[in-house]
Write a protein that binds this ligand. Structure first.
Ligand SMILES: [Zn+2]
Ligand SMILES: [Zn+2]
Length: 744
């Protein structure tokens, strides 16, 4: 027998090894093995087992099966192979992403000792007649807990707890265990709660559909569309409960744990330690620990961001993708450039499970799949608890500026009046401005000078507090300007409005109001998000000002006004999804207002383009109109979902070399195949980024003629040498991006 083994290398290649007779029964695709590789031992994963091989050279044998690592679930293995093929990325690289530690041994992390009462301990407590107060208090505290309690916590409650615990443990009344300190953005695990919730009629219908999907025991994809505040979470949460009760496991994907604390807290609260959180802030040791727990089957629910889609859960019954439209599900910075939503669907297909894509404002592609019955659509049209929709007002910024003769106007009178009214009533306000910093452009009044990043072709953003110009792409910083570096003029001005400036204006108008800003600048530390949100919920400040991160599924009862300072910030991007993103953002943020029946909400949207279709539809909360019109446009222009796109991005330090290589790619790809068209090469919208020149080509294939995109991939494999796609050639790298979400 022979095995093809994948090693974590960036090559489109597997390695052939002989299978020793004693191992032939215990191997399957997905098994971890030790093999000799270039005079050292390496760990790899078996991709294939075959009775014969074409390989003519001398073959080495597999040294051992890693019995400390269970084989990957078969459906997960098939999914990883699909990713390698579809995103045209070597399987070794896919494995590196899916097994976040590579195959390395994890570094030891911080440990925590926890105590748990034993059965003997409970008996002893009942008949306790000794005088010692410390052991008794410890036993009573532990008896009230269902989960092991950290010793550090007990030390604060009981004097000389450590000595008493050692004593109790010696008597077998308490069990001490040492485990890596789990990192938890939600704080300690609370005791599982079992609240009974009454579902609305719509929610019950949706839940019943998911239940039938689960019982059918095969792949069943759903789009759960609910207006903001309609209780989507409640539906998939109940479905998760039933799935677990049926002995299957559950995977919940959220755009970013820190931005969706309520979803994670919900699961943690209900299922306690059967839930693992998986996100980018975990340390190596914590990841290793969680992964091992998963492998040993101790965890049955995973809540996590993008890469949690690779969690080695066995017997998967339900996959939930919350806020499925979010761009953060797409890995853009390195290969494989996968979309976690699409991977979740493939995994669901392979595992034969229910997949729920949940959103108030689904991606246009997802909406289309619902429309064409590839997914079954479940609708929630009523706000939970009878809350009314917010009243939405569009304010034309151009008219207001003319009327007031103030061309620097940031907050218009209706918005100012609205804020004043809420402050008086002790209610809360959210202000959205989707740009951080003070002002996004700094320019000269007397010549053409605009302060640009020396490494990137983008303007520098002015940060007033630090008096600095910063690049938000590469991190470049320079001191603020007193005069124009080109003509010496002292008349330097800033254009556009960032969150810092909004905060300054609000503080000027309402000096007594308490304000906080939430953007990438104020949330660098690990718990900053959660702290700001908790303080807001507790009413510790009145006005929350922030970028798009405040628009996500937050639920605050006292917020009755949402102001959008400028709805147009995203519209100017040279990207066919600009309108879609603007619609989603404005619609979502409007949903933050008035989540209670007795406190109706209002949203005030300031815009220079009140006639823009995306903004108009969002303000009317008219999703149907928006999707219908966008789909018509996309069909006309041959954009997704009617075509599939593959972007070939070339990057390098030498502009001429990058351009030459781009031309050569074009020559090789022409003529394409029927149904496939080629655009470019052209400079990318950001022609230079982090010091590298960027050109791109775009291949588009017609969904009708090439439904799975295999013809498109065949074209690339046939015409472009493999080694070009794996490394860099004369300093030029070629990056492949299947189904790109951004073309910047
Ligand atoms: Zn100048
Ligand atoms: Zn830069």
């Amino acid at each position: 027998m022979f095995a093809q083994v994948v090693l974590p290398l960036s090559r489109f290649q597997t390695f052939t090894y002989k299978v020793p007779a004693q191992l032939s029964g215990s191997l399957r695709p997905g098994s971890f093995v030790n093999v000799p590789f270039r005079n050292r031992a390496a760990t790899g994963v078996v991709a294939e087992i075959a009775p014969s091989t074409d390989y003519k050279g001398a073959l080495k044998a597999i040294s051992a099966v890693r019995d400390d690592l269970a084989p990957l679930p078969a459906e997960l293995w098939t999914t990883l192979e699909w990713i390698s093929d579809y995103y045209m990325t070597p399987l070794g690289l896919v494995l590196k992403v899916a097994l976040p530690l590579g195959f390395a041994n994890p570094a030891p992390g911080r440990k925590q000792v926890r105590a748990k009462i034993t059965a003997a301990g409970s008996t002893a407590l009942d008949g306790w007649n000794r005088r010692a107060p410390a052991p008794k208090s410890l036993l009573s505290i532990l008896a009230a807990r269902q989960t092991p309690c950290p010793v550090t916590e007990l030390v604060r409650l009981v004097p000389s707890a450590r000595t008493a615990l050692r004593h109790l443990s010696g008597l077998g009344l308490v069990e001490l265990s040492e485990e890596p300190l789990p990192t938890d953005p939600l704080g300690p695990v609370s005791t599982p709660q079992t609240a009974t919730v009454i579902l609305t009629a719509e929610q019950s219908v949706a839940l019943e559909a998911l239940r039938r999907g689960r019982k059918a025991d095969r792949f069943a994809p759903f789009l759960l569309r609910g207006v903001t505040s309609s209780g989507k979470t409640e539906v998939y949460f109940q479905a998760a409960r039933e799935t677990l009760a049926a002995g299957k496991s559950v995977l919940v994907l959220v755009p970013e744990i820190a931005l969706t604390p309520q979803v994670a807290a919900r699961f943690r609260g209900a299922f306690g330690e059967a839930v693992a959180l998986w996100h980018s802030h975990l340390s190596r040791a914590e990841k290793a620990w969680t992964w091992r727990q998963l492998q040993q089957g101790r965890i049955r629910v995973v809540v996590g961001a993008r890469s949690a889609v690779f969690a080695p859960l066995e017997n998967l019954g339900l996959i939930i993708v919350d806020e499925e439209q979010e761009a953060s599900y797409k890995q853009e910075d390195r290969a494989p450039r996968y979309h976690a939503r699409d991977v979740a669907l493939v995994r669901g297909r392979e595992a034969g499970s229910v997949v729920v894509l949940a959103s108030a404002t689904p991606a246009v592609e997802t909406y289309f799949n619902g429309l064409t019955d590839r997914y079954r659509t479940l609708q929630l049209t009523q706000r939970y608890g009878g809350a009314a929709y917010p009243k939405v007002r569009l304010i034309d910024l151009r008219l207001e500026r003319q009327r007031t003769d103030n061309y620097q106007l940031i907050l218009t009178q209706p918005l100012i009046d609205g804020i004043a009214q809420r402050l008086e009533r002790k209610e809360q306000v959210i202000l959205l401005q989707n740009r951080r910093g003070f002002a996004p452009v700094c320019a000269c009044n007397d010549c053409d000078f605009v302060a640009e990043c020396p490494n990137c072709s983008v303007p520098l953003t002015y940060h007033k507090r630090a008096n600095e110009l910063r690049c938000h792409y590469c991190g470049y910083r320079a001191p603020g300007l007193d005069s124009c570096p080109d003509c010496g003029s002292p008349y330097i001005f800033v254009l556009g409005v960032g969150t810092q400036q909004v905060e300054e204006v609000v503080q000027g108008l309402f000096p007594a109001a308490r304000t906080r800003r939430m953007d990438a600048d104020t949330t660098r530390s690990r718990h900053a998000h959660r702290q700001i949100l908790e303080q807001f919920e507790a009413g510790e400040f009145d006005i929350l000002i922030g970028t798009q991160m405040i628009a996500k599924g937050l639920d605050f009862e006292r917020v009755t006004l949402v102001g959008v300072v400028n709805a147009d910030t995203g519209l100017a991007f040279p990207d066919f999804r600009a309108g879609e993103r603007t619609f989603q953002l404005v619609y979502q943020v409007c949903g933050r207002a008035g989540r209670r029946k007795d406190r109706p909400g209002e949203a005030i949207i300031q815009t220079n383009h009140p006639e823009d279709m995306a903004i108009k539809a969002a303000a009317r909360l008219d999703a149907h109109r928006f999707y219908n019109q966008v789909l018509a446009e996309r069909r006309e222009l041959a954009y997704p979902p009617f075509t599939r796109q593959m972007r070939l991005l070339l990057q390098g330090a030498d502009r001429d070399e990058v351009w030459k290589r781009a031309q050569e790619l074009r020559r090789r790809l022409i003529p394409t195949l029927p149904g496939i068209s080629l655009l470019g090469p052209a400079s990318a919208p950001f022609e230079r980024l982090r010091g590298r020149w960027r050109f791109h080509l775009l291949l588009r294939s017609d969904r009708e003629h090439d439904p799975g995109g295999s013809r498109l991939r065949w074209l690339i494999r046939d015409r472009i040498p493999q080694q070009w796609l794996e490394g860099s050639l004369k300093g030029v790298r070629i990056l492949l991006d299947m189904d790109p979400v951004s073309l910047l």
